[in-house]
Design a protein. Structure first.
Length: 68
């Protein structure tokens, strides 16, 4: 009976301990987030005539207005 319960426990826990799929999903999520951030930055840079300095100044101004 002990061996039967032990085998049943091992069959239930084996898929839970396999983290290769979860790790792959985390890396895909990070890659998607990086692509999203790069897309947002490239869109913001291309639409601004002042370049990066203008973007940073507008971000600081907006944060200052939010804070008070």
């Amino acid at each position: 009976m002990k061996n039967l319960l032990l085998n049943a426990w091992m069959n239930l826990m084996a898929p839970v301990k396999n983290e290769k799929g979860a790790q792959s999903l985390e890396w895909l999520g990070l890659a998607a987030l990086l692509i999203l951030v790069l897309g947002i930055v490239s869109t913001a840079v291309s639409s601004q005539s002042g370049g990066i300095t203008g973007i940073i100044e507008s971000i600081i101004e907006k944060i200052t207005n939010m804070v008070g």
